[in-house]
Each structure stands twice: as C-alpha cells, then as structure tokens.
Ligand binder design. Structure first.
Ligand SMILES: NC(=O)c1ccc[n+]([C@@H]2O[C@H](COP(=O)([O-])OP(=O)(O)OC[C@H]3O[C@@H](n4cnc5c(N)ncnc54)[C@H](O)[C@@H]3O)[C@@H](O)[C@H]2O)c1
Length: 335
C-alpha cells in the first residue's frame, strides 16, 4: 500500500538506507535533517527523491522548524523518527548534558506535533545502551525486551532514548496510532560518521587502521574483552520496512540485533585482516570501554515481524572498508 512517510534524520546512516528501501517500494518520502552528522551526499541521486522538494534542512530542537515540517503532513501519514544525537563512546561521555537535553527536546517536539496530525504509524528507534548497566556483563548477557525496566542505563544517551520511548507511549497509548520502539544494538554501515573523534567503534577503527604507517599499531580502547552485537544498517532498514507494513498493534519494544556478541579484540583483528594489515591491535586498558557486553535475543522480531539479520559481520565490514577507503584517499589529496 502506498504511504507518505516522513523520515527524521534522513541524511544519517540508517536514514540513508531506509530512504532507498522505501522509495524502491514505491512510497513517497519526505526527509528532514540538520546535517550536523548526516550529509547531503548520502541522499543525493536517489531516484524518486527530489532534494529540492522532498528534503528540508531544519533543526528539530526548534519547535518553529518542526511546525513548518509538520505543515506538510496530514492525518494517516507515517512518521519514522531517527533524528537524535548519537556518537562514539568518547563523545557520549564527554557531552552527557548536551546529548540528554538535545534528545529530550527533539523527541518531545516531534511527539507533541505528531499528536496533532494523527499519523497512522509512529516508529521510534531506541538503543541497547538503555538496558541496565548491571545486566550488561559480557557476551553471555543476553538482553530481552522486558529487561529494560527497572531502568539503570550507564549513559545520559541511554536515558534520553528511553525517555523518548516513554514520551511516545504516553502521547499515543489512548489513540489509534500504531507505535513502537525498535531497540537497536550497535549499528554500522555506509553513510556513517567515520571521524576518529566522534565516529562509533567500527568506522573509527577502520579509519585508524587505514591510516596506519609501517610499524604502527592499531590502538583500541579498553582491554578488548568488552563485546557488542553488531547489526548492519541494511538489516535495521529491513526491520523498519516490516514494521511499517505490519497491520496490527505492535509491542512497545522490539529488539533488533544478532544473537551473538563479538569482542572488540576480535573485531579489531578482523578489521586489520580485511585491511590487509599483518599487525596485532594494541589495547589501552586505561581508556573507557563502556558496558562490558551484551547480546540480543531477537525472538520477538522473528516471531512478530518474521525478521532475521542477513548481513554477516565480515561482509558488512568489507563493504564499509570499501566505502571509507576512497573517502580517506580523497581527503588526503584535497586536505
Ligand atoms: N548507530 C547505532 O549504533 C545506533 C544504535 C541504537 C540506536 N540508534 C539510533 O538510530 C537513530 C539513527 O542513528 P544513526 O546511527 O543513523 O546516526 P546518524 O547520526 O547517522 O543519524 C542521525 C541523524 O540525525 C540528524 N540530527 C541530529 N540532531 C538533529 C536535529 N537537532 N535536527 C535535525 N536532525 C538532527 C543528524 O544530522 C544525523 O543525520 C538515532 O536515533 C540513534 O540514537 C543508533
């Protein structure tokens, strides 16, 4: 069925995959982003998405900007809300108040205005960082949706995302709007921020590995034993498409991630191998490592949405290296 869909954060990593998937399924997409992390390059040249008409550059922490965007929506449209401040561990712990405040304002603006237009669906994305810190103890700690509460996330980012999902629930629970929060594990893919300072672990390790000079070691934060469930952005996009097409009421939370966790040590070794570098990573135990580890029980997604992950970590990493490499070469030749 044809739908008109607003994607917030459309020029970011997940938004750029989702835009392509929705357009190729024949939907009308309009997108908004303030380009703080996303880039126009990521969404340029997508057939059926006209940058001039269908994209709006706007800051969603301003209610006035949000009003302008919502003036383009009508009852029954779909809203997929991806825009929030997200970054690597270092940035998150150095900017806790900024992230908390910014995400709460963005989420509150979007949810409040959505109530007015009554979309047929409102989809939010949460994070595995919202699970209680005390439950994330290693690769054998398997997260299930009901473990989110009582809440005790480690970071202000984890709290802000959980509060976003609660605001959505309180706004829509007495309406006919179908809503859910997809709780995403660690997402990676093209169209990502690969800066060493602000990028997440996979793109920033690839960036560092590709810059290594002979004899240098790949420096990795923590002792390498911490683990994460890495999920490719194309698999997240396929889950979002399934959610949009689901005809009935959805559970409040659905986890999206693979059921095995990879240690950061294994991840770093695999990245070095795929980059053709015959060196071992060097671990910095004094650097922050975040939660110790978590894996994802995706049985709710499997039974309700018939969703399973399809991109292997090796294939996803190889594809991302292929995407980042020419960009680094280009910035070397145009410093
Ligand atoms: N990447 C992950 O590992 C991961 C894991 C769990 C959840 N998520 C969630 O998924 C969503 C998308 O994440 P992503 O990985 O694609 O990140 P991203 O940074 O690539 O995408 C987010 C987009 O939102 C935009 N944005 C930020 N603040 C904005 C504002 N005030 N106004 C308008 N646009 C704004 C950014 O420019 C960016 O393009 C986020 O809500 C994030 O919290 C991501």
């Amino acid at each position: 069925m044809y739908m008109k869909i607003l994607i917030t954060g459309v020029a970011g990593m997940i938004g750029s995959y989702l835009l392509r998937d929705l357009i190729s399924s024949g939907h009308k997409v309009i997108g908004v982003d303030n380009l703080s992390r996303g880039k126009l390059d990521h969404i340029k040249g997508v057939n059926g998405f006209n940058l001039e008409k269908d994209f709006m550059k706007a800051d969603l922490s301003s209610i006035e900007s949000c009003e302008e965007i919502f003036a383009r929506l009508t009852k029954g449209d779909v809203i997929i809300h991806l825009a929030d401040v997200v970054a690597g561990l270092g940035y998150v712990f150095d900017n806790e108040h900024h992230i908390f405040r910014e995400n709460n304002i963005i989420n509150s603006n979007i949810v409040t205005l959505s109530r007015r237009i009554a979309p047929c669906r409102f989809i939010y994305v949460g994070t595995a960082c919202s699970f209680p810190k005390s439950l994330q103890l290693g690769s054998k700690s398997v997260m299930r949706e009901e473990m989110l509460f009582p809440a005790e996330p480690e970071s202000s980012y984890g709290w802000s995302k959980l509060i976003g999902s609660l605001e959505m629930k309180y706004a829509f629970k007495k309406s006919n709007i179908i809503f859910t929060t997809l709780i995403l594990h660690n997402v990676y893919g093209r169209y990502t921020d690969y800066s060493i300072q602000t990028g997440q672990v996979i793109p920033s390790l690839i960036h560092k590995a590709l810059l290594l000079k002979s004899g240098e070691h790949l420096k990795v934060w923590g002792d390498g034993s911490q683990s994460r469930s890495f999920i490719h952005a194309s698999d997240v996009s396929s889950a979002l498409v399934k959610v949009i097409n689901y005809p009935n009421t959805l559970p409040e939370y659905i986890q999206i991630g693979p059921n095995q966790a990879t240690t950061i040590s294994d991840l770093a070794k695999e990245i070095l191998r795929l980059c053709g570098i015959e060196l071992k990573p060097q671990f910095d135990s004094s650097a922050p490592m975040g939660d110790l580890g978590r894996a994802c029980d995706y049985s709710v997604a499997q039974s309700i949405l018939e969703w399973t992950p399809s991109t292997s970590l090796r294939d996803g990493l190889q594809d991302l290296i292929t995407w980042i490499k020419p960009r680094l070469n280009q910035s070397k030749s145009n410093p």
